[in-house]
Design a protein around this ligand. Structure first.
Ligand SMILES: Nc1ncnc2c1ncn2[C@@H]1O[C@H](COP(=O)(O)OP(=O)(O)O)[C@@H](O)[C@H]1O
Ligand SMILES: O=C(O)C1=C[C@@H](OP(=O)(O)O)[C@@H](O)[C@H](O)C1
Length: 799
């Protein structure tokens, strides 16, 4: 087996992620828009609808296309370019820097001497040269005033046909404060910074394709005397969320990870929560609670306090800062149950609002069947990697599910190129829910995901029975978005009482497992989500008795730990390819006809590393890593490292021969691997460049007749590079290990330590997702697990 088959390579080393749930783009006949009539006025009566698309809907930027950043002074273009260029392994070019080195003086001094026009002329030349010379593999940060000359705007518009031009934004207050305090900028020409900002914002949008908000983070000040442009390791760490959000957008644009929810016949039920706030920033304190069981956020733009694009960009950015769930952008008009005015003769505002959603790179966009047809089709044509949910809400209660009108709506929405359909009616009687199910069955064969529900009290059951992207409410929301909406927990209760969600039993298999925290994690998660399942310890002396547990009809899944991670494999009908390579499974789930085994250790390791490696130490081809230990977790660590693009790996193990066997085995998997075994931990280490990722898979303590004694693997402070790095602990320990203690001492040099408990939590979240198809609201579970953990530690220390 070739390990490369498992890893989707991308030029963004370390940022490649597989994308199992992605919906294919629509295909089929192209119907060009004619007059801006309502879509509903031109239904097509053919029985087998084909989906519209357009050559543009396949539009995708090359992964090597250069990225140009434009935006107001001080929003963070240079900062973003620096951190993104490091992570991509690309060169970062700054028009201001080129100007100053070409003219041998500061921009401010140049303008005092020769004036703004002379400055703009040279700046324009630099811009044109760069855009022509560097179509690929560069990040170009432009000066804030680059959009002033029309010729520059035109050049950027030409460039964005193949390159990525991003308009960077940041909170006005924070930027103005920075500009007031900053001495090296020339004053604005005849106007204030705010005036220049307001004047330029239209131009920034006119010549870019995407808007990105670099939400302000708290950046520690640089040590005295350091150059103004240098970014210290601590500063890059503070900027980590900005880096993550920018790469989320890039991965989306490039189609590497479009963050889609898996929908279809063999997937779990999926749910959307509509944030009914005037300002979604008000949701932040309860966002984790609101995320209970759901797969997607919906921003109902018509309910927001403002429709200003900048306000909308900050709404989306805020959600992205606190959650990585995909976002659905919905603008509901009055006749469809929303607050946005219904189409008037002038539909320009509606059109540009919807186009703006695409600029923000939202994962899903709701388009109403009642929108003018040309608008609907234009957005489908430009959607890129955004999926279109074509929707129709009938509030009159006059349309029956089995009647011709519903079928026509369905067909029209399909023909227009919707990726997912949303048809909502009113239930006047219980039987209306039956006819809904009849309709759903009749169109199931088309394979187009359909949200079909009835509103109001009589329709509640239809919401619970709907399988795809059900809109749910939550008690903490200001109000439910639609009449008759039920919560995620209520849905589960209805499903359970109607026999569609039987209670299952989950276990942890292993020996000894008395100290396992898995029951706390999983049972808290079940309770939080209102799921009827339970999770308990199942300690056995051998693997054989486990088979009986597996075969019990109520078996839902099991975590598997030492010593059965390999022994359980012969009992499984299917073992994931990752688990096969790693050589161990750590969870088992029932599948039709047998059981399936997977490994979530590597996923948790990947998350721990990527979440903590600073932009300054982003993974590149020369990155090195050091692993302590050569057992099962070391194997998962090797796989995780390969997955994120680290192939220069050193193993240090008490028994060198075991390390050599492991290195030999993995080196054979791919010629790219360069795994070596260290004889000893000399100072300095014989590793160049020094490792920026150190992973310990050995326990912090070992048992002795006199009690637990500290394990010292021999790592010294001098072994930790002064470039910073990430130290990861892969066992949840009662004591901080030597590795973490050393990393803590080098914090100011950019070392980040990830405790074993973090690894355990990540691994547990992943297992839970496999067991139930649901994500867990992390804050609640984390708090409970940490409470139990602290209690155990306190107990150990006092006894
Ligand atoms: N997201 C952010 N949060 C906080 N400060 C930021 C952020 N992005 C940039 N900064 C700070 O703002 C200042 C201006 O950033 P810079 O990248 O030079 O802006 P530009 O190139 O757009 O003029 C710098 O001090 C930088 O550290
Ligand atoms: O707003 C402007 O006209 C300018 C912005 C500056 O670039 P940054 O936006 O990178 O600070 C720099 O090009 C020059 O001081 C003029």
């Amino acid at each position: 087996m070739n390990i490369r088959d498992l890893v989707h390579s991308s030029p963004i080393i370390g940022l490649s992620l597989p994308n199992p749930g992605r919906n294919p783009a629509g295909t089929g006949t192209i119907r060009m828009p004619n007059t801006p009539k309502s879509v509903m006025s031109t239904p097509d009566s053919s029985n087998v609808p084909s989906r519209a698309g357009s050559p543009h809907s396949k539009q995708c930027y090359s992964r090597t296309a250069s990225i140009v950043l434009i935006g107001m002074r001080g929003v963070g273009k240079t900062t973003l370019a620096t951190i993104a260029a490091t992570a991509l392994g690309w060169e970062h070019i700054d028009t201001d820097e080129i100007f100053e080195s070409r003219e041998h003086k500061s921009i401010a001094a140049y303008i005092v001497e020769l004036g703004w026009d002379a400055f703009r002329a040279v700046e324009s030349q630099i811009l044109h040269d760069l855009l022509t010379a560097y179509p690929t593999n560069k990040i170009i940060a432009c000066g804030g005033g680059v959009v002033e000359p029309e010729s520059n705007r035109l050049a950027l518009q030409v460039f964005r046909e193949h390159g990525i031009v991003v308009h960077v934004m940041r909170e006005k207050d924070a930027v103005l404060k920075y500009l007031r305090e900053c001495t090296h900028h020339p004053p604005f020409y005849h106007e204030t910074a705010v005036e220049a900002w307001d004047r330029r914002v239209v131009w920034f949008r006119e010549c870019s394709s995407f808007d990105f908000v670099s939400l302000t983070v708290d950046i520690p000040s640089a040590p005295e005397g350091s150059p103004e442009t240098a970014i210290t390791p601590e500063q890059t760490l503070a900027l980590k969320p900005v880096e993550e959000e920018f790469f989320r957008l890039l991965r989306f644009i490039h189609g590497i990870d479009t963050n889609k929810v898996a929908v279809g016949p063999r997937t779990h039920r999926s749910y959307i929560l509509c944030l009914t706030y005037k300002d979604v920033r008000d949701a932040v304190p309860v966002l984790d609670d609101l995320s209970q069981g759901i797969d997607m956020w919906e921003i109902r733009v018509d309910l927001l306090g403002s429709l200003d694009p900048t306000f909308l960009a900050f709404q989306v950015a805020t959600l992205r800062r606190y959650s990585n769930l995909p976002i659905l952008f919905t603008l509901r008009t009055v006749n469809q149950g929303g607050k946005y005015q219904d189409a008037t003769d002038d539909t320009t505002a509606l059109h540009s609002l919807l186009q703006y959603a695409l600029r923000l790179g939202v994962e899903y966009l709701d388009l109403q069947a009642t929108y003018p047809k040309n608008i609907f089709m234009d957005l489908v044509a430009r959607k890129g990697n955004t999926s279109i949910i074509g929707s129709y809400h009938n509030w009159s209660g006059n349309i029956s599910w089995t009647g011709q009108e519903t079928r026509q709506i369905y067909e029209t929405l399909v023909q227009l190129g919707s990726d997912i359909l949303n048809i909502t009616n009113v239930a006047k009687t219980w039987e209306d829910n039956m006819s809904l199910r009849e309709f759903v069955s009749s169109v199931e064969k088309n394979g187009i995901p359909l949200i079909a529900v009835n509103m109001f009290a009589q329709g509640k059951i239809s919401r619970a029975l709907n399988t795809t992207l059900s809109h749910v409410c939550h008690p903490l929301l200001p109000y439910p978005a639609s009449p008759g909406q039920i919560s995620f927990v209520e849905c589960q209760q209805i499903l359970h009482f109607t026999g569609l969600l039987p209670a299952r039993k989950f276990y942890v298999f292993g020996n000894p497992i008395g100290e396992s925290m898995s029951p706390t994690l999983h049972n808290t998660a079940f309770a939080t989500l209102g799921l009827p399942h339970s999770y308990e310890l199942h300690e056995t002396d051998s693997v054989d008795p486990l088979v009986e547990v597996l075969r019990n009809p109520s078996f839902g899944g099991a975590s598997v730990t030492a010593p059965y991670r390999r022994d359980i494999m012969p009992y499984l009908m299917h073992v994931s390819r990752q688990a096969k390579i790693i050589g161990a499974v750590n969870n088992v789930t029932p599948i039709p006809g047998g059981f399936s085994g997977d490994n979530t250790d590597w996923r948790a390791i990947k998350t721990c590393i990527l979440g903590s490696v600073t932009p300054a130490n982003a993974v590149t081809a020369s990155t090195t890593a050091l692993i302590f230990g050569a057992g099962g977790t070391a194997r998962a660590a090797l796989y995780a490292l390969y997955y994120i693009g680290v192939v220069n790996i050193f193993i240090y193990n008490r028994t060198k021969t075991n390390a050599q066997i492991l290195a030999d085995e993995f080196n054979k998997l791919d010629a790219l691997f360069c795994i070596r075994v260290l004889d000893s931990l000399s100072i300095p280490l014989p590793i160049h460049p020094q490792p920026t990722i150190i992973i310990s898979t050995v326990p912090a303590t070992s048992n002795s007749p006199t009690g637990p004694i500290e394990v010292d693997v021999g790592l010294k402070l001098e072994h930790l590079s002064s470039r910073g790095g990430v130290a990861v602990e892969l066992a949840y320990q009662r004591r901080v290990t030597k590795l973490l203690a050393l990393a803590e001492k080098k914090k100011d040099q950019g070392w980040v330590s990830v405790e074993g408990i973090e690894f355990f939590l990540e691994q547990g979240y992943e297992q839970f997702k496999i067991f139930t198809g649901r994500r867990v609201p992390k804050k609640v579970i984390r708090a409970k697990v940490l409470e139990v953990y602290e209690r155990n530690v306190a107990h150990e220390l006092t006894s």
